[in-house]
Design a protein around this ligand. Structure first.
Ligand SMILES: C[S@@+](CC[C@H](N)C(=O)[O-])C[C@H]1O[C@@H](n2cnc3c(N)ncnc32)[C@H](O)[C@@H]1O
Length: 268
């Protein structure tokens, strides 16, 4: 395969074409990538020894691995700005590795139509859009007008054409009945955790055969596996995992990335 020559960029790709070229694995120099992202280079992460066996045994392995992934595949400046907005309004956005998995799932399903519940400031929206087909449309729902304003700014900064994202203000359970049956390739649920079982019901109706539903934070960062964790949220997540696993129309997997993803493909 012919490799493209390394490029040198004096300005970040923000505001350029969407999706931007030269990020997340595109063949540009690691120093340039680090300058864009503000992240440490892959070499610096490894050299600092942040993933020593001593750290791993103290439970620091996951954080070190996350940092390695962020250096390996840095996010472009528009996604970083979206993260900053999320932090400003106190929204917890998906982490870098989880964003990568969302992008992968959108690409692997050839997603043209995606529903996102819980837009936040637009971090996961951008990750999904990066993976979707270039003519795909993201329908994203959030009940907080302030978060929607942030998300709109994030999409604008990333130069996402207005026709590619439908931002709907409202509560997920009020909006979902208005969406068409079997019309979507991917449903990403990251809104109100206590409503996850209702989102699952809706996803089973909205997805086309072969489509995928994904729940964010579904492993509560590992707490679902701790016998001492018995709070309502964890109990609800264990129940969700059981229902998804036992649904005969779904082929499911729990993915221990970030706070944990639960993903399931509609096989029937
Ligand atoms: C964890 S944040 C989403 C973060 C976003 N997915 C990301 O990774 O960038 C959850 C969002 O869901 C919204 N939300 C909470 N309950 C909701 C509901 N019932 N319907 C719609 N949105 C809701 C909140 O306003 C918040 O913006």
């Amino acid at each position: 395969m012919k490799r493209r020559a390394h490029r040198t960029l004096s300005t970040p790709p923000s505001g350029g074409p969407f999706p931007p070229t030269g990020w997340a694995g595109a063949p540009i120099g690691s120093a340039v990538r680090a300058a864009w992202s503000g992240a440490r280079t892959l070499e610096a992460v490894i050299e600092s020894g942040s993933s020593t066996s001593e750290q791993r045994s103290r439970g620091g392995g996951a954080a070190a691995l996350s940092e390695w992934i962020a250096a390996w595949q840095p996010e472009d400046p528009a996604v970083q700005s979206a993260r900053q907005r999320a932090a400003e309004v106190g929204v917890s956005a998906v982490d870098v590795p989880t964003g990568g998995v969302l992008r992968l799932l959108a690409a692997a399903t050839g997603a043209k139509a995606v529903v996102e519940l819980g837009t936040g400031a637009g971090v996961s929206s951008l990750c999904l859009l990066r993976g979707m087909r270039s003519d795909g449309i993201l329908t994203t729902v959030d009940s907080e007008p302030e978060h929607q304003r942030m998300a709109k700014a994030s999409l604008q900064e990333a130069a996402v054409p207005s026709g590619r994202a439908r931002l709907i203000g409202g509560r997920a359970l009020d909006v979902l009945p208005r969406l068409s049956d079997r019309a979507y390739d991917l449903v990403f649920c990251d809104a109100n955790r206590s409503e996850n079982l209702d989102y699952l019901d809706a996803a089973l109706r909205l997805l086309r055969p072969g489509g995928t539903v994904v729940f964010a934070g579904a492993l509560a960062g590992g707490k679902v596996a701790e016998s001492s964790a018995r709070d309502q949220d964890v109990l609800a997540l264990r129940e969700l995992a059981k229902v998804v696993r036992d649904e005969p129309r779904l082929a499911s997997a729990a993915v221990p990335v970030g706070q944990g993803l639960l993903a399931a493909c509609l096989v029937d």
